[in-house]
Every structure is written in structure tokens, then in C-alpha cells.
Design a protein around this ligand. Structure first.
Ligand SMILES: [Fe+2]
Length: 437
């Protein structure tokens, strides 16, 4: 049995006994082996017929995978790593678990830098680079969340250029000219997460201008990302929720971005499926290794999605809210995401249809409007399930629109806003902010 649906609809129809594919106009029918499983229809998403895909580096996943670090370092001809982490992870004993695994295999770190604070800051980047040189390290191991992983990327870029100050580099959005492979670099995310372990972009907070700058470099992401869910069980529920919502926002904005393409869609949509189920479990059952592992994998997939497809207005607003009002990045995304999704819904109905199916809130048979609102409501419910009830009111932002002009200006100038599927005027940005009080 086959059925062709006109007008760009895609029909998958599995039947017993034979494989057949046929095409008529923009409609497809694919008949596959293996028994009648399911019938689903969806509109073929539109995408720019020119795109590139970047995905450098290996990923190693296993509960307890930290035991492989020394071997992996040896494979890179390195044995004197500089560890980059933060004091919170030292206090929680997480960084020591990695150092213990290294030392058990006979590798002693050349240096230990634990001064990373919230956000990758130029001062920290320069200081860690000095320590790398002074300790004669030959490689980098970053253990932490996005701020730590991004600091390590920046250190490696600085080392590669033989410079000591990142400030002039942070002023350039792209560092692709004369870029060459950098020092051996392993990233071990302890949140799930930023996806920073696989992205070739880093976000640097410039204290002098109070702005967050996105910088890309083709070799800055780790050569190896080690995903060990045992290192994430200490993560408090609140941070699990914040970082999980950051990963979900990467996936949703990656799928709806104007630069989205089929490969990033595949990763983003599956990340949405996993996160919508695993995040409440990871928040409610911190020791649930399976849920923690699923979240690590999904966050990495969302990272691969968005570093190719970019994000959108939620991230532009979150960067501005983080820079001016110190709202943690994942929480700022969680606050703004439903409002931006609602704003964008009319622009990308086919994407919201796919997202609604990934979230498990639509069979695909309903109207575009129903599916878009089902997505927004599902995100609101997920936020409630993981205990995120914050609004912008909780951060003492001025409610007078005049006093929000700096915030609007910063969001409007953020690089990510240009990838939002629906363009925004300053009045639209202000309106989104006002809805979030
Ligand atoms: Fe993010």
C-alpha cells in the first residue's frame, strides 16, 4: 500500500515484505521492510539549499568514562595536562575524581587552575594561559560547565596564537584566518548543558563593556569530549534545571533557526525528545545515572545542532539579561523561551509541528495554531515540573520601558538575533521582555 500526499507532505509507510520508494512532485512515499509500524505525516521543512556542517572531535560516553582519560591523553602524545575547573567543583570533589583517575594511571597534572567564575572572563583566560606556560603543560583538561569549557577554548586559542591577552581576540567574532590545530584538549562537562564540549564557539564576558561576545574558531572545541554521567550526580536540582533548559533551548532554537538544515534538525529534534523525558527525572532523582546520562548525550546533540544552525531571539535576550543583570544563562533562556516561541510560531509552523511531535503533545493531525500552542504549553509545564517559576520580576529589573532601552539595545545587537525565524524590531524585543515580568 502506498499513498502520495501532495503539497510537500512526507508520508512514511512501513509494510511487510518489500522496500519501495516513489516520488511525485514534492511528495514522498517510502515503503520499508519490517512490518506495518506507524504512519505519520509531516510537512517537509524548508531550508537554505546552501549549508555547511562542522563537527570536529570525538565523543566518549560511559558511566565511569573518566578512567579512560590518561589513555586518551597518551593517544594524543600528551602527559602533562593543565586542569581548568572552578572552586565549586573542587569543593564538591568532582575535579578530584578526574585527577584521581589520571594519577591512578600514572599521569600527574602539570598545573591546576580553579579560578573560573561565572562566565569565561578575559582576566581568567589570561591567567590560566600564564599558568599553562609557567607549568610547561602540554595539554588541557577542562572539567566543568560552560564557563570552564569556554575558558579552556580561549586559553587554547591564545596559546595557538602565542599571545598573552585575549582582549583583542574577543573583539573579533571569527578567528578563522590562519587557524591551525591547537594543543591536545579534553573537555569533561559536569552539567548537561551548554554543549560547549562540542561547539566551536565560545562566549566571553567582556567586563569593560559589560557585554557577552561570541567568538568562533575552527579548532577551539575539544579533541575529545568525555561524557561521564557519574560526574554530574552532585549537580544541585536548580542547576540541573537551568542547564537542562539551556540544552532544550539550543535544540528548539536550532530547529527553528533561519540557518537550520536537515542534519541539525535531526539532532535537535531527538535532543528535544530525550530532554522532555529525562530532565524531570534528572531533577527529581539526582542519582539516576540513566537520566543523567541521557541528559549529557542530549545536551551534546543539542550543542552539535546549534553550533551549525545557530540559535535565535531567546539566546540574544539571555545574553543581554546575563550581561546586564547577571541572570544565569539557562534560567534566562527558560524565562524567555515560551514567549519567543509564541512570537515565532506563525513563521515556522512546519517546525512547530515537528517539535510538538518530539515533545509528544501532538499527533500531527491538528491545526498549525494548535500545535504551536501545544509546544508553548508543554514548555511551560516542563518548567513547572522542574521547579522553575522565576520571572524577570525576581531580578529587580526596572519595569519602566525607558529604563530597559539598554537591555533592548544589547539584545538587538546580539549576533544570534539575526537567526531568529521572525525578525524583531526594538518594540518586539521590549514587548517580549515586558511579558516576562
Ligand atoms: Fe545557551
Amino acid at each position: 500500500m502506498s499513498q502520495l500526499i501532495p503539497g510537500g507532505l512526507f508520508l512514511l509507510n512501513y509494510e511487510v515484505g518489500y522496500l519501495k520508494a516513489s516520488r511525485q512532485g514534492s511528495g514522498f512515499t517510502i515503503l520499508g521492510l519490517g512490518g506495518y509500524i506507524n504512519r505519520m505525516t509531516f510537512q517537509m521543512p524548508q531550508f537554505d539549499p546552501f549549508f555547511t556542517w562542522v563537527n570536529r572531535g570525538r565523543i566518549l560516553y560511559a558511566p565511569g568514562a573518566r578512567s579512560e582519560i590518561a589513555f586518551e591523553l597518551g593517544q594524543m602524545s600528551a602527559d602533562k595536562p593543565l586542569i581548568i575547573t572552578d572552586k565549586g567543583l573542587v569543593k564538591a570533589g568532582v575535579a578530584q575524581q578526574v585527577v584521581a583517575a589520571l594519577e591512578k594511571s600514572g599521569v600527574r597534572p602539570a598545573g591546576f587552575f580553579d579560578s573560573v567564575v561565572q562566565d569565561a572572563r578575559i582576566e581568567n583566560i589570561n591567567e590560566a594561559t600564564r599558568l599553562y606556560n609557567d607549568s610547561h603543560a602540554d595539554s588541557l583538561i577542562a572539567i566543568g560547565g560552560g564557563s570552564v569549557l569556554d575558558t579552556a577554548k580561549a586559553v587554547n586559542i591564545l596559546l595557538g596564537k602565542g599571545l598573552s591577552d585575549f582582549k583583542p581576540l574577543a573583539d573579533q567574532a571569527a578567528l578563522w584566518e590562519d587557524a591551525a590545530p591547537l594543543a591536545p584538549h579534553i573537555a569533561i562537562p559536569t552539567t548537561a548543558g551548554t554543549g560547549c564540549e562540542v561547539t566551536n564557539v565560545l562566549v566571553v564576558l567582556d567586563d569593560s563593556s559589560q557585554s557577552k561576545l561570541s567568538v568562533t574558531h575552527p579548532y577551539c572545541n575539544a579533541d575529545l569530549a568525555i561524557l561521564d554521567p557519574e560526574l554530574t550526580v552532585m549537580l544541585p536540582a536548580k542547576i540541573t534545571a537551568f542547564t537542562g533548559m539551556d540544552a532544550l533551548t539550543h535544540a528548539i532554537e536550532g530547529v527553528t533557526s533561519s540557518a537550520a538544515q536537515p542534519i541539525s534538525d535531526a539532532l535537535g529534534l531527538h535532543a528535544i525528545r530525550i530532554i522532555s523525558q529525562a530532565l524531570p527525572l534528572a531533577v527529581q532523582e539526582p542519582d539516576n545515572i540513566e537520566a543523567r546520562g541521557q541528559m549529557l548525550i542530549a545536551a551534546t546533540m543539542a550543542g552539535m545542532c546549534f553550533c551549525n544552525a545557530m540559535t535565535g531571539a531567546t539566546h540574544a535576550l539571555a545574553h543581554a539579561l546575563g550581561a546586564l543583570y547577571s541572570i544565569p544563562h539557562g534560567l534566562a533562556n527558560a524565562i524567555m523561551l515560551p514567549f519567543v516561541m509564541e512570537f515565532n510560531a506563525t513563521e515556522t509552523p512546519e517546525k512547530y509541528s515537528l517539535i510538538s511531535q518530539a515533545l509528544g503533545v501532538s499527533s500531527g493531525e491538528e491545526t498549525d495554531q494548535f500545535r504551536a500552542m501545544a509546544c508553548v504549553n508543554a514548555i511551560k509545564k516542563l518548567k513547572m515540573d522542574i521547579g522553575l517559576t522565576d520571572t524577570l520580576k525576581d531580578f529587580n529589573l526596572p519595569t519602566d520601558p525607558e529604563q530597559l532601552s539598554g537591555l533592548v539595545e544589547l539584545a538587538a545587537g546580539d549576533s544570534q538575533i539575526s537567526y531568529n525565524p521572525r525578525s524583531l524590531e526594538d518594540a518586539d524585543i521590549l514587548s517580549l521582555i515586558m511579558k516576562a515580568f
